[in-house]
Write a protein that binds this ligand. Sequence first.
Ligand SMILES: [Zn+2]
Length: 688
Amino acid sequence: MNKPKRYTITTALPYTNGPIHIGHLAGVYVPADIYARYLRLTGNDVAFIGGSDEHGVPITIKAKNEGVSPQDVVDKYHAIIKKSFEDFGITYDNYSRTTAPIHHETASEFFKTLNEKGEFIEETTEQLYDEDANQFLADRFVTGRCPKCGNEDAYGDQCENCGTSLNATDLINPKSALTGNVPTLKQTKHWFLPLDKHESFLKEWILEGHKKDWKPNVYGQCKSWIDDGLRPRAVTRDLDWGIPVPAEGGEGKVLYVWFDAPIGYISSTKEWAAREGKDWEPYWKDKDTKLVHFIGKDNIVFHCIIFPAMLKAEGSYILPDNVPANEFLNLEGNKLSTSKNWAVWLPEYLEDFPGQQDVLRYALNANAPETKDNDFTWKDFQARNNNELVAIFGNFINRVVVLTNKYYEGIVPEPAEFNEVDEETLASVKAYPDVIASSIERYRFREAGQELMNLARLGNKYLADAEPWKVIKEDEARTKTIMYVALQIASALATLSEPFLPFTSEKLKNILNITSSALETSWNEVSTKKELLPAGHQIGKAELLFSKIEDDTIQKQLDKLEASKKANEAANKTVEPQKDTIAFDDFTKLDIRVGTILEAEKMPKTKKLLKLKVDTGIDTRTIVSGIAESFTAEDVIGKRVTVLVNLAPRALRGVESQGMILMTETPEGKLVFVNPDDASVGNGLQIS
Ligand SMILES: [Zn+2]
């Protein structure tokens, strides 16, 4: 493509059954925002489009479980998600939602056009049906064994263990997620998009056309799909939550969420254009528009195969120029998981690190899973902040601003003659816009972010080598030159940091007093302008851009995760399988009685053992019990207990124990007495 006339940038529509976490931000939204901000700074016409995905089965299941309507669920999370994007400076031109009327209308029209053009196959097939719930079971409504890997908990649309895309009827031993019933088969009619019909076009367009410019992970996934052979794919579902199928026989059916969701990009663009008094169509239909989808790797097939096939079948739309999908971000070595609460949620992050959005944006980008799955660790987050943002970027800016105020009352000094280092430094600064741009345009946002930090490094090193704080004692003219050069670097940083650190960039522009249009520098002007901050310009006072993050702050986050881990382990602790069957006679051999602990003392030189005197109703006897890690002697005196009284006596640490107190243990490892909760049960009564 020659230089595009305009850009349409879309981001995966987050699913509105929960808030968003750092994995979403790192994989999709931060890179997309860097790209959009960069394109705007370089004077491009950009439509940066997003929205919430509000249809589909998981939302109806969540609503059912919580006893609310699906609309309640999506209203709640749409608001939370939208606010997170605003809080983190994601500069959407429009953020819409798929329950919006304009989307229902757009998706409905899209379906009708394809239907009228004969682009669907209508087929009546047998689908799984839950007789008690009166409902067909597809997608997340049904679980069963994956035919490919044997995972017992595969869903009706996908096995999360091996990633295979499934039809509900592929599952072995399917079970209804609604009632646990074994489903029956019942006939139902659906509309299918015959992907096989588009195979040769997809082969040519992707496998030949995008071999070089698509990321290897994206290209590879597409190739494997196409090589496996494409099959017709249902675009409708038997559900009542979604967009009604606008066709004869479509009663009680809705568009499959994966058919309607990507059309959400188009309807969100329409909503934006209507508000701005623009024409939406060039953003989707003009071949000089560059369309880029930012997504995670789990969405590759939908954005590279299914949606393009839909667009192609419709006939009037352009296709994506690139789909720079990222791999997954892990957290402290484990897969991010909503259900296991193994995540850093954006609203929670802002509570713990108020005003530090840029630190997270920076750390996530520095570690983005661009070519492989990557790990977010709190230690790395701390190091990125303390060693890069504070020690390099922040330190440089602070020195420049403090010294300019100290020496020249905040006025940019007139430089004298530049020496070789000055010239080289100023020339290097002018090269940065291109260096960073080249990385961004190849979707290498990590590399771009590191180049930005290299510019700050350059400034930091220049000042440290030039030592104006020493030079000022002997050479005033030289000091002025040094400070002038350093101020030019600071100004370049204010402009070039905007895509990566938008809040910091704004703060820095305020400090340097360059928010007025006369002094505002565009991306390319960093290279072309003779000077960014002219002599005589008044800057403001120093303000800290970043602050050090201490170990105890990081420890609190690690503790939070540790608590999640413990809770998960407790929840997942499996119930022991039943032991071998015994005869009734075997049971009656056990003589179990109710008793009361009369005395207790800790056994010397042991951690676990308490020596107890127990009234068993038969006698008062000594029992040694391994409960000292859970109870003190005082805790248990007077306690009602159940005692196995006819256990053969045995010596423990030299004390003869005559029986056993019955206990159970919680998943957290806490011991609990098994005892009658009725005071009328006296000591010595038998348990049978
Ligand atoms: Zn599987």
